[in-house]
Ligand binder design. Structure first.
Ligand code: C2E
Ligand code: MG
Ligand code: MG
Length: 686
């Protein structure tokens, strides 16, 4: 019997006995009072009556009344006393009944609870057995699996990671089976990361535990580990255990880092590349916009770097770039960003500028680094650079505008004599606008085929007869009329539009030639100018061959013209390509000779047929003796190399006479004919 119930029972018995003694006492009290009052009544009432009533008859009557009075009074007294005690008795019985009922329901509840408890105990037993079984299974999996599975008891700190130990080259008992032991192998820089990842997952902020960190292997080297896992929580949300796997990702990490380097760093100089620079520029733009600050962007382009590359080889070129990068790194200050944008071009970003002088100083410092020669393979090289500068937000408010204008300014610096720096100015902006307009127009011109081929006859000096013609492109502009190449050829070359134009010219010329030869049996030679971009094509000779076959042209009737600068860009390629073209039977002319390098050395190595002396030399013939002697020397040298000489830009009779004297074979110029439309040329030869 539960204690509570016992106590209640005791309380009831005790109150019962208390009531019994009370009743006894009251009974006694009533009896004694009654005894006293009765005795007193018997003793005193007759004497009082005898004093008060003297008449015996009257006395007898009062005596009777007195007797009745006594009986009534005692009866009343008895009633009051008994009634009071009975009421009290009834009350306590009622109370007793209620307590008994309460007691009974408490006992029933108690019984139900006991039954439930017994049930739960049974279930718990089953669960515990199940748990033991899974734990056993789990241990078997951990030990028998190929995966680097780990299992951590969060309450005891015991951690099983045998496979990981093996992976790192440790013996099983060399490292304790504990979380602390594992943490002691983690790279000090990664410990926090590991703990944070764990906390995040336990707190429910991450669906699973994921972390990458380095673990020290037996040789003392760190290996990159990818760890994943999941936590088991108890009802209060406390971590009970965690389990997961370790994966060795050292190799992937190394590759990723290499890829990152490749994506963002220039391999040659170790500087950031264009992508990294753009990324940085984006951040600088937004931070300067927010803080209303200015920054400067400098584009540094080496002057005539191509020359070094072509004449000294790429190894020297690369070494030069490395040294330039090193010098630039030394002059840039913390906060400034230096990058190689590709080729021989570098970017420098100077944030938070307060005055233009700061930028001027930086640009001057950049140029000053070129005053000292570069030492490569025990030889000294001098090199210069041109710098173009734009300032945010003065010159532009977005990346592309700033870079484009800095590029324009840099080109202005180059055009202005190199080894200079130039800020972008608004006059340049206007030029850029008109340039862009032209570029757009040109695009339409290609689509609408607004081009024409004009022909300028080339004459035999000896016979005075038309020997052939040079094909010269014209743009039949819808509003501006027929435009010469000087208006558009530079843009077309810079934007690459020259390629489709050049192809169109070549094909048109061959078409024209076919109609001429059907009407005349003269063996004319037609000459076509090739642009630098066209000449770079690896399959140029094949393309020419296909066209010749398509239009059924005799290869000897075709001549191509290239300039010295084009040839010099890649001498080796030029020699090989020219040889292939000549093998087809097509003639090769070197155009505008005298305006570029005019080096006799390379002239010897080039497979050529014709040398075209530039009109600037011919212009001075007859006026300047020195010029005449140069022309005569060029002609002699060309003849020594078995080259035919064509003189361009002949405008006066005197000039023809001089050229004739020097032994020049062919002439071309306004004196004879200006370039003319195909129709006119066809009539002329017919
Ligand atoms: P170029 O190949 O040196 O062509 C000769 C230029 O000299 C032509 O200018 C011609 O009109 C001009 N000329 C001829 N005789 C005289 C003369 O007596 N006096 C003067 N002052 N000039 C004379 P044009 O047609 O304006 O062509 C300029 C340049 O544009 C050409 O120079 C050539 O380099 C380029 N070009 C022309 N057509 C093509 C083409 O189809 N493709 C490519 N890539 N370039 C072309
Ligand atoms: Mg030409
Ligand atoms: Mg020329």
């Amino acid at each position: 019997m539960p204690e509570q119930e016992q106590r209640k029972d005791r309380e009831i018995t005790w109150s019962n006995s208390l009531e019994a003694t009370n009743l006894d006492r009251i009974t006694w009290k009533i009896t004694i009072i009654y005894l006293i009052l009765g005795t007193l009544w018997i003793l005193l009432s007759d004497q009082v009556l005898a004093v008060l009533v003297q008449d015996p008859e009257q006395y007898q009557t009062v005596q009777t009344y007195k007797g009745w009075f006594y009986v009534v009074m005692t009866a009343l007294l008895l009633y009051v006393l008994l009634n009071g005690q009975m009421k009290k008795l009834k009350d306590s019985r009622q109370k007793l009944l209620v307590s008994y009922e309460e007691l009974e329901s408490a006992y029933e509840e108690l019984l139900a609870m006991e039954e439930k408890l017994e049930n739960q105990y049974g279930q718990l037993n089953v669960k515990q057995n199940e748990l033991l079984e899974t734990e056993e299974k789990y241990r078997l999996i951990v030990e028998g699996s190929n995966e680097n599975i780990w299992d951590l008891n969060k309450q005891t700190g015991v951690m099983l990671f045998s496979r990981t130990k093996e992976m790192l080259g440790y013996e099983e008992d060399e490292i304790e089976d504990s979380h602390d032991a594992l943490l002691s192998l983690v790279h000090p820089e990664d410990v926090l990361t590991v703990q944070k990842a764990e906390e995040q997952h336990i707190a429910g902020k991450a669906p699973y535990y994921y972390c990458e960190f380095r673990l020290k292997d037996k040789t003392g080297e760190y290996r990159w580990i990818q760890s994943r896992g999941k936590v088991v929580l108890d009802e209060d949300g406390n971590a009970v255990r965690m389990a997961g796997s370790h994966l060795d990702v050292t190799e992937q990490k190394r590759m990723m880092m290499e890829m990152y380097d490749m994506a963002f760093y220039d391999k040659l100089t170790g500087l950031g590349n264009r992508t990294l620079f753009y990324d940085h520029l984006k951040k600088i733009l937004s931070s300067h916009q927010r803080r209303k600050k200015r920054f400067a962007l400098l584009i540094v382009d080496l002057d005539d770097f191509k020359r070094i590359n072509d004449t000294r080889g790429h190894r020297v070129g690369d070494e030069m770039l490395k040294q330039v990068a090193l010098r630039f790194s030394e002059l840039t200050e913390p906060g400034e960003m230096l990058a190689r944008s590709g080729g021989d071009e570098f970017f420098i970003l100077k944030p938070g500028i307060k005055s233009i002088e700061e930028v001027e100083n930086l640009a001057a410092k950049v140029l000053k680094t070129f005053e000292i020669p570069f030492n490569i393979d025990e030889a000294e090289f001098f090199m210069g650079a041109s710098v173009g500068i734009t300032v945010y937000p003065d010159d532009g408010e977005d990346r592309d505008t700033l870079i484009q204008y800095a590029d324009v300014a840099m080109n202005e610096a180059k055009a202005g004599g190199k080894n200079k720096y130039r800020f972008f100015d608004h006059n340049i902006r206007e030029r850029v606008a008109s340039w862009m307009e032209k570029e757009k127009d040109l695009r339409y011109a290609i689509l609408r085929e607004e081009f024409l081929v004009y022909y300028q006859p080339v004459l035999d000096v000896a016979s005075g007869r038309i020997h052939g013609a040079e094909a010269l492109v014209r743009w039949n502009h819808p509003t501006k009329g027929v435009l010469s190449p000087s208006y558009f050829i530079e843009i077309a070359e810079e934007t690459g539009q020259i390629v489709p134009i050049g192809q169109w010219v070549m094909e048109t010329v061959l078409k024209h030639y076919k109609t001429w030869s059907s009407k005349s049996d003269r063996n004319l030679l037609v000459s076509v100018n090739l642009s630098p971009a066209q000449f770079k094509r690896q399959d140029l000779h094949e393309w020419i061959k296909e066209l010749i076959m398509k239009y059924d042209m005799k290869p000897e009737a075709l001549q191509i013209e290239i300039t010295e600068t084009v040839v010099m860009e890649n001498l080796q390629h030029s020699i090989e390509m020219l040889e292939k073209i000549r093998k087809l039977g097509v003639k090769v002319a070197l155009d505008d000779f005298g305006t570029g390098y005019s080096s006799l050395n390379y002239l010897r190595t080039l497979p050529l047929d014709i040398l075209k002396i530039d009109k600037s030399f011919i212009h001075h013939l007859g006026k300047d003796r020195k010029e005449a002697s140069i022309v005569s020397q060029i002609i002699n040298m060309a003849h020594e190399l078995n080259l035919t000489v064509t003189a361009e830009g002949v405008e006066q009779k005197k000039q023809i006479q001089t050229l004739q004297r020097f032994g020049c074979e062919e002439v071309q110029g306004y004196y004879f004919y200006r370039p003319m439309p195909e129709e006119s040329f066809r009539k002329l030869i017919e």
